[in-house]
Ligand binder design. Structure first.
Ligand SMILES: [Zn+2]
Length: 821
């Protein structure tokens, strides 16, 4: 096999072996390598052999061995029993699994992960296979990069050296381009109802494929005219029957090692798979394989961008919150400046040319999301796959705490250390500080109350890697916080009753700390180094971004109860040191004569500081605290409330940073949405204090009019409709009935058939059942107070920061109405 990139792995249930997927960039295809080393599933237990007689007798147990492991929690070596089995299900996930019968260690790791960790396989890097053996194709670092690394090694304690070297080698390997196609399907649907991929009754009428070289749409003729297709901007192939269409789709999918979709896990691929079964296409011809959550490809890799983009860490740290709506349209508008083609009516009624265009547009947007910014998405997946030691398809679907889990599992295996059980970590004890926020188990970040008012030219400084830096500098890890050594107890963490080990470096501290240093002192400077090639700079740019996502997510994961290494005293110590760092920085700023307006956890709002002042503070933080402090953004102005700690800021380009319209954007009635955007528009135009006063008055006027219009019944019912999708049919709702379901029942009473997936438009009304479908509602039925209440919650934060209250305004309008009415 030629040098190929290890991109994925899976467990083959038929042969009971792990299979690796290597990508050959030149050939544009995957090679499969099936394990021939005799590796078998296993788990550990602390029980003695005499206590394992029942287990030893099982048919699925091959042997029980003694094995020595490093017990980091107790800082000693320990000999355990290693139970080796024929099948991963014998350990967990099957009937009567070993982990359900005895207390077992490392029994909840997927088998292919287990295999990859044991073999020290570095996902996302290059290998060759020779005489059946998998051999890493290590590459030397370019001269300039090696020098930079050597300097970094000198500045660090010796324990960090092997980590820094290993990471630099891993992350320095060249990136790969993946031959890929984006796919989208259209299904003939019934009025207002979404097709069901588990029970695909409607035919697939269009399938589009898009990449740089291909714009193809397969269309089902359905008795339509093919005239308009002649001048179409895509290659159309029209099929007389659905069976031939689907077979052609399967063949086309086989041509590509990587298929990209938007929501293909839940819809496109799932529908194709089941529909092909439904109309009798043999399984052998079907490249799609369904798992519980994912839809995968037997011959390649499927990336579902919906799963990738809805990952909060990707949204916040890789794309700086440029998108907030997780639909294809929302993300495309933000990242590509392009929209989905809008159309009214039934997709099945469209002429073939229009249908093809519509379908192609979706796959085009999907593809472009993976090619924009020099193919950032695919490259980021690859880099994260390297750091997380995880198949690229898993990276695209799983959350950050899974990436970190995988990274640390790999590290434990490399060190011959036993991976602790979660109950062992929770036995390390609770938190010592009182939680400030209700529902939190420990005291969180520090919040400095803002000084009310409006401020122009506000700089926001961000501790970009605050927590990873603290984890490194203060040696925080599950085994070092409250370690077993008596002599370490005096090394106390401020504001807690915990202590930190002085005798050994913690595993999390070594791993996270070395990644943090590489990002800040190695890769970031390299991205700007003109003496290395453009390709190398680009690689280091992606690496820097990947590290940013990883590092910023570390602390969040540590406070996450389901995280594999969740340990309360560690999360608490990290937060306490964060408060310490920000307090010190505020003191320093004040000394330098800079006014601190507001501080929250890891950011500080400074009133009009000079460039020099910012540089001085950053340098001080780096030297004194070992923490990176960056200028995050400069607001044209920020308004702080005297009521709560609410604020909003306006950026130089007029963008308003504000919460509001959260989560329920798509269901919010048009009328309220419109008013909200009008208010934002007013705020975005403010340039001076006088402007601001005028803006306040204008918004007051706008909202008074909104309330007046609602009370005076001047808004059309269509504009007041909430739009909510039926998750299931009405009779399947038991117990409390949500509002949209109550509305749907009223439609059913009128003889309409309501199906799962249908969007119900309803308004809130004054008489039982307090909702009505738009079709049946009149303006007089509308409950104005309910809408005013809803508007109240939408505008609350904005008004707080403007320093007037919704209630005040409501009082005013009541009087106005009284006098005018
Ligand atoms: Zn210690």
């Amino acid at each position: 096999m030629k040098e190929s990139l290890l991109a994925s792995a899976f467990y083959d249930g038929d042969s009971r072996l792990a299979v690796l997927k290597f990508y050959d960039q030149e050939a544009g295809r995957f090679w499969h390598w099936k394990d021939n080393t005799g590796h078998r599933p296993y788990c550990y237990t602390r029980l003695e052999r005499s206590e394992l007689t029942e287990i030893a007798k099982r048919k699925d147990v091959v042997e029980i061995l003694d094995e020595e492991r490093e017990d980091l929690l107790n800082d000693r070596k320990v000999t355990l029993r290693k139970i080796v089995t024929t099948d991963p299900l014998a350990i967990g996930g099957g009937n009567d699994s070993i982990r359900d019968r005895i207390k077992a260690w490392e029994a909840d790791i997927k088998y292919y992960e287990n295999f990859a960790y044991d073999r020290g396989l570095r996902m996302g890097t290059y290998y060759t296979v020779s005489a059946g053996k998998v051999i890493p194709a290590r590459k030397d670092l370019p001269e300039r990069v090696a020098v930079s690394l050597a300097q970094l090694l000198q500045r660090n304690p010796p324990e960090f050296a092997p980590y820094l070297k290993e990471w630099a080698e891993l992350l320095g390997e060249p990136l790969s381009e993946f031959k890929r196609v984006a796919l989208d399907i259209e299904v003939a649907n019934e009025a207002g109802r979404l097709p069901d991929p588990e029970n695909p009754k409607q035919p697939v009428i269009a399938v589009s494929f898009f990449n740089e070289a291909e714009r193809t749409v397969y269309l089902l003729r359905s008795g339509k005219d093919t005239e308009g297709l002649k001048g179409a901007p895509f290659a159309a192939e029209v099929f007389e029957d659905e069976r031939s269409l689907l077979r052609a789709v399967m063949w086309k999918i086989m041509e590509y090692p990587v298929v990209v979709t938007f929501n293909g896990d839940d819809f496109d691929l799932r529908y194709l798979k089941h529909r092909a079964e439904e109309i009798g296409i043999p399984e052998a011809e079907n490249p799609i394989q369904l798992e519980r959550v994912a839809s995968t490809l037997k011959h390649g890799v499927h990336i579902d961008l919906y799963q990738f983009f809805r990952n909060r860490s990707i949204q916040v740290y890789a794309f700086s919150n440029k998108y907030s709506d997780h639909t294809l349209n929302g993300i495309s508008e933000s990242l590509l400046n392009k929209s989905k083609v809008e159309f009214e009516g039934e997709i099945g009624d469209l002429p073939l040319a229009k249908l093809g265009e519509y379908c192609l547009n979706d796959s085009q947007l999907t593809f472009e999301l993976t090619s924009t910014g020099g193919g950032l998405v695919m490259k980021l997946l690859l880099v994260i796959s390297r750091i997380g030691k995880m198949p690229i398809n898993d990276v695209s679907r799983l959350g950050v705490s899974n990436w970190i889990r995988s990274m640390l599992f790999f590290e434990h295996r490399r060190l011959g250390a036993l991976i602790p059980r979660q109950d062992e970590l929770s036995e390390k004890g609770g938190a010592s500080s009182q939680a400030v926020i209700k529902g939190k188990k420990y005291k969180g970040g520090l919040v400095i109350e803002p000084k009310p008012g409006i401020y122009f030219d506000v700089s926001v400084l961000d501790f970009a890697s605050l927590y990873p830096s603290l984890i490194k500098v203060y040696n925080l890890s599950y085994e070092t916080v409250n370690c077993p050594h008596e002599e370490c107890r005096t090394n106390v963490v401020p504001d807690t009753s915990s202590w930190v080990c002085r005798k050994r470096k913690g595993i999390t501290s070594l791993v996270t700390g070395s990644l943090r240093d590489l990002r800040v002192s190695h890769y970031k400077p390299l991205t700007k180094d003109q003496s290395i090639s453009k390709e190398e700079r680009e690689l280091y740019n992606v690496v820097t971004q990947g590290l940013k996502v990883f590092l910023n997510a570390t602390y969040g994961a540590m406070g996450f109860e389901t995280f594999a290494f969740y340990c309360l005293p560690v999360a608490e110590a990290t937060a306490a040191l964060g408060r310490y760092a920000i307090t010190k920085t505020i003191q320093k700023s004040t000394e330098l004569g800079i006014e601190v307006l507001y501080g929250d956890t890891d950011s500080l709002f400074l009133k009009n500081p000079s460039r020099d002042q910012i540089t001085t503070i950053s340098k001080w933080a780096d030297g004194e605290l070992g923490v990176e402090l960056d200028l995050d953004k400069v607001y044209r102005y920020v308004a702080f409330s005297s009521r709560k700690k609410n604020y909003f800021g306006v950026l130089p380009d007029g963008t308003v940073d504000i919460r509001g319209l959260t989560g329920k954007k798509s269901q919010t009635p048009e009328f309220l949405k419109r008013t909200f955007y009008q208010a934002l528009e007013i705020l975005s135009r403010v340039k001076t204090t006088e402007d601001f006063e005028r803006a306040r008055a204008n918004i007051r006027e706008l909202l008074t009019k909104m309330i007046g219009d609602l009370k005076g019944k001047k808004v059309a019912v269509e504009d007041l409709a909430f739009n909510v999708m039926m998750g299931k049919t009405t009779e399947k709702y038991n117990g409390t009935t949500p509002q949209h379901v109550r509305a749907a029942k009223l439609l059913e009473d009128k003889g309409r058939e309501i199906k799962a997936g249908e969007i119900i438009q309803y308004v809130k009304t004054r008489s039982p059942p307090y909702v009505r479908p738009v079709e049946l509602a009149r303006v007089d039925d509308v409950d104005a107070d309910k809408y005013i209440e809803y508007a109240h919650s939408m505008f609350d934060q904005m008004l707080d920061a403007l320093d007037f209250s919704f209630d005040e305004m409501l009082g005013a309008t009541t009087l106005d109405l009284f006098w005018s009415g």
